[in-house]
Design a protein around this ligand. Structure first.
Ligand code: NAP
Ligand code: ZN
Ligand code: ZN
Length: 349
């Protein structure tokens, strides 16, 4: 077994605190990965606060992992020690169902194995995430990372990047589309960069006036303060696609009314209370309301390669693991520019 240091939530709503546990010895197709950086996703916070009823503590969060392969099982063919690699939100799936066969492992009909708060398919042990010194993962769920980009700034692509890339692709956002992005946080700023890179006209909605200049720098053609009713009226009936990345309850109907005829609004943010939908906001204009969950492994690799080619990374603030609880407090106040990334060297001191 491999002794591992980490930070974990020992109970619902508890502050994260040091935790030592053991990772398995590598199986035939496993890689042992020394974790260099791990991004801090709002899903980590929802889970630690038990807002989604995940339970089963202690939980080591973290699913935006970049590290180096230190050992490889005897049957590993795609990677070797020394390779720079990434691990996102999933570490396994059944690999046999129709969705797995379609490279959509996140929708595995038997349930994908998530990187933390999941259960290993072979031995039933709890999966533990990236706020830790190393992780052991089957090579089929490991991504190749270009060494052209800053590895710390690449880490958030493993969740925030793919979660926004996948719906933008699925709903065919590109030249000629008018796209709205709601919320300028970790997911929102990646959506903005990617939609801009795809050639769309992008309007950023934010509740934070102080983020206006950043939004323009990150690729927005226009910025709308969503708590100003006058500004909100200007875009009525004009969007082909809107991506909602907000982590807290808010009114969806006002945005549904901003869609063009046949336009789609897709939720990726998952607040703890369900929204109230006004049927009229869908019916008038034949609007669609949809959702999207991360992306499959093949699409995640495609996104990483796209980002390497176009020089796209996350705007990050590096933190030490010892500062994680303060980082969560700031995240709750929408005070992140635009992703915290833990430098895991701080856990090895
Ligand atoms: P984040 O960095 O905290 O960003 C959330 C943003 O939402 C904030 O920066 C803020 O933007 C806006 N916001 C916060 N409270 C608000 C309120 N009361 N009203 C309106 N806007 C508010 O979070 P994140 O890591 O991007 O994650 C966002 C959500 O996506 C979370 O619910 C997370 O669990 C979920 N998620 C889903 C998937 C998936 O696969 N579907 C994957 C990852 C994460 P402004 O300051 O610009 O208003
Ligand atoms: Zn995430
Ligand atoms: Zn499956």
């Amino acid at each position: 077994m491999i002794p591992t240091s980490s930070y974990a939530a020992h109970a619902a709503r508890a502050r994260l605190a040091p935790y030592r546990f053991e990772r398995r010895e590598p199986r035939e197709h496993d890689l042992v990965i020394e974790i260099l950086f791990c991004g801090v996703c709002h899903s980590d916070l929802h889970t630690v606060r038990d807002e989604w009823g995940t339970g089963n503590y202690p939980i080591v969060p973290g699913h935006e992992i970049v590290g180096r392969v230190t050992r490889a099982g005897t049957g590993v063919s795609k990677f070797k020690p020394g390779d720079l690699v990434g691990v996102g939100c999933m570490v396994d799936s059944c690999r046999e169902c129709a969705n797995c066969k379609d490279d959509l492992e996140q929708f595995c009909l038997k349930g994908a194995t998530f990187t933390y708060a999941g259960k290993d398919r072979q031995d039933g042990t709890p999966t533990q995430g990236g706020y830790s010194t190393q992780i052991v993962v089957d090579e089929a769920f490991v991504l190749r990372i270009s060494d052209k980009l800053d590895p710390a700034a690449v880490a958030p692509l493993l969740c925030a990047g793919i979660t926004t890339y996948s719906p933008l692709k699925h709903w065919k956002v590109g030249k000629g589309s008018k796209v709205g992005v709601i919320g300028l946080g970790g997911l929102g700023h990646m959506a903005l960069k990617l939609a801009h890179a795809f050639g769309a006209q992008v309007v950023q909605f934010t509740t934070s006036p102080s983020k206006r200049e950043d939004a323009l720098r990150l690729g927005a053609d226009e910025v709308v303060l969503s708590n100003d009713p006058e500004q909100m009226k200007l875009h009525a009936g004009s969007f082909d696609f809107i991506l909602d990345t907000v982590s807290a309850p808010h009114d969806l109907n006002i945005y549904l009314q901003m869609l063009k005829r046949d336009g789609t609004m897709t939720l990726v943010g998952l607040p703890d209370t369900p929204p109230t939908i006004n049927g009229g906001a869908l019916i008038f204009g034949r609007h669609s309301l949809a959702g999207s969950l991360i992306g499959g492994i093949a699409e995640t690799q495609e996104m990483l390669d796209f980002c390497a080619e176009h020089g796209i990374v996350s705007d990050i603030e590096k933190i030490r693991i010892q500062d994680i609880n303060e980082a969560y407090e700031r995240m709750l106040k929408s005070d992140v520019r635009y992703r915290f990334v833990i430098d895991m060297a701080s856990l090895r001191e």
